[in-house]
Design a protein. Structure first.
Length: 160
């Protein structure tokens, strides 16, 4: 465990910082959770991760039917962002070690967040779209709706 500074007086205990769970196992767990909650057409996207051999799973895309519509979603664990953070925390580690651990952390956290969110659906605290909205994906523009809203400087959320 590592504590991160949220502000000068608050420290947050960061979960999964030292996980040894392989990214592939977390991806498998995510797929199982998604299927349990109605996802279909689950697809893994592969790409390069610096300092690691071979193609790695870089995102999961899937379809969930809601109110008669088949909606596309995409989960991107942002491994490179985790690697940048980890490099600052462990400056003496090799690039390979940093990227291997970043991959494990990123996917493990995605699994745990999704597990908690799906539990909220099960207990009717949230609806499916409330949970999956950050992952709603515009296939044609290859962006999540969050990314599209952010690009527009959040104007779509402001009153006219």
């Amino acid at each position: 465990m590592v504590f991160i500074t949220v502000n000068k007086n608050i420290y947050m205990n960061l979960k999964n910082y030292t996980t040894e769970v392989p990214a592939s196992r977390s991806q498998e767990y995510i797929e199982r959770l998604l299927v349990e909650f109605g996802a279909s057409n689950i697809m893994k996207e592969y790409g390069d991760v610096p300092h690691l051999a071979g193609k790695r799973c870089s995102a999961l895309s899937f379809i969930v039917e809601m109110d008669g519509f088949k909606l596309p979603f995409r989960i991107d664990p942002k491994v490179l962002n985790v690697a940048s953070w980890l490099r600052r925390k462990k400056p003496n580690s090799t690039a390979k070690t940093i990227h291997e651990q970043a991959e494990r952390i990123a996917w493990k956290q995605q699994h745990e967040v999704l597990h908690l969110q799906l539990g909220q659906i099960e207990m009717t605290q949230l609806e499916k779209l409330e949970v999956f909205f950050p992952y709603l994906y515009d296939v044609q523009n290859q962006k999540t709706y969050y990314e599209k809203i952010k690009e527009g400087k959040f104007k779509a959320l402001l009153p006219q």
